[in-house]
Ligand binder design. Structure first.
Ligand code: SF4
Ligand code: SF4
Length: 318
């Protein structure tokens, strides 16, 4: 914790400068310039607000993501779920039911959103049963089914009725591929299913490169605080919760590329072994062993979208 505090804020002085270090960023002020408390507070507010939230345990879990399928029918390059290199695998409905029942017990049903995702979640062969089961346990939570849309136009009537009856929101991510969105919109309207587009109707998905450093030379705390996944893309899988998607899905990367990045129990917390939700929230707000292997400073965004070549360079940086 001290290491984190020091990283968040430290103050030094030499003969010429006062040096404030905020989130690892240095601010140098000549000694004759008097930095008022307000100046300093403004600078801290500007730079720290969105970062400090990473290490603050959430009061109420904002979102918990669950993979219904590990593989995907689209296979985007650099996918941070590693779906292009994942084997065909579906969530076991009995395990999921047990996990969600435990999560309900811990949260008293208070979660802002359950996000059913993947891979392509809609490929799950018992999709309608899964949707009904999740709604039966979490009666008052926003339940969202994420999809790339490819198979949605061919979904049967029972799918649309299940979504409507169980108040499941369908969220499509728009990829630069040919999909009959009009048909999807018409079906959603016909069956009164809430349909939204991820990041709005105008946004078309680009790729982002969020590479690993295979040598593990990175600073875990610095990475965690600067990582958009951390304490934000929370995952539940087989009785364990993860602070981010790369940690929850690392096994696909390790297996396909024959690597050994730390896919250890310390990357997650067992929801059946904790006393309460606070223990989980505290865990999710701290760096994990895998953080040392994320190359946050080499992340690149808004790369033109493309299909994966399953090349390791999509997921690593030298
Ligand atoms: S649609 Fe693309 S980014 Fe989404 S899970 Fe499939 S491969 Fe990954
Ligand atoms: S392992 Fe750490 S740095 Fe990497 S994505 Fe997860 S939270 Fe972020």
């Amino acid at each position: 914790m001290n290491k984190i505090k020091q990283f968040l804020f430290s103050k030094q002085k030499d003969s010429k400068y006062k040096i404030y270090k905020i989130l690892g960023i240095k601010f140098k002020f000549k000694n004759f310039i008097r930095l008022t408390e307000i100046d300093l507070k403004n600078k801290i507010d500007e730079q720290v607000d969105e970062k400090i939230i990473k290490i603050m345990p959430q009061n109420v879990l904002n979102l918990v993501a669950i993979h219904l399928a590990e593989h995907c029918n689209l296979n985007c390059q650099m996918c941070d779920n590693f779906s292009p290199v994942a084997e065909k695998e579906f969530a076991d409905i009995d395990i999921l039911k047990k996990d969600l029942t435990r999560l309900f017990e811990l949260t008293n049903g208070k979660i802002n959103e359950i996000s059913l995702t993947g891979g392509e979640a809609a490929l799950h062969p018992q999709l309608n049963d899964v949707l009904t089961m999740v709604r039966t346990i979490f009666t008052n939570v926003n339940i969202v089914l994420h999809s790339n849309g490819i198979i949605i136009p061919s979904m049967k009537e029972v799918f649309w009725k299940t979504c409507a009856d169980n108040n499941i929101e369908l969220v499509l991510t728009k990829y630069p591929i040919n999909i009959d969105l009009k048909k999807i919109e018409d079906m959603a309207e016909k069956y009164n299913v809430k349909l939204t587009y991820f990041n709005g109707t105008e946004t078309v998905k680009t790729s982002y490169h969020i590479p690993f450093d295979l040598e593990g030379r990175q600073d875990s705390c610095k990475n965690f605080i600067n990582c958009f996944h951390a304490n934000n893309c929370v995952y539940l899988r087989n009785g364990r919760m993860y602070t981010c998607s790369p940690a929850a899905n690392l096994r696909h990367f390790n297996k396909y590329f024959n690597k050994n990045l730390p896919d250890c129990p310390e990357n997650s917390i067992n929801i059946f072994e904790v006393k309460n939700m606070q223990e989980i929230m505290n865990f999710l707000a701290k760096p994990i062993p895998l953080c040392q292997y994320c190359y946050i400073s080499k992340r690149k965004f808004d790369i033109p979208w493309a299909v994966s070549k399953k090349d390791i360079n999509e997921w690593v940086e030298a």
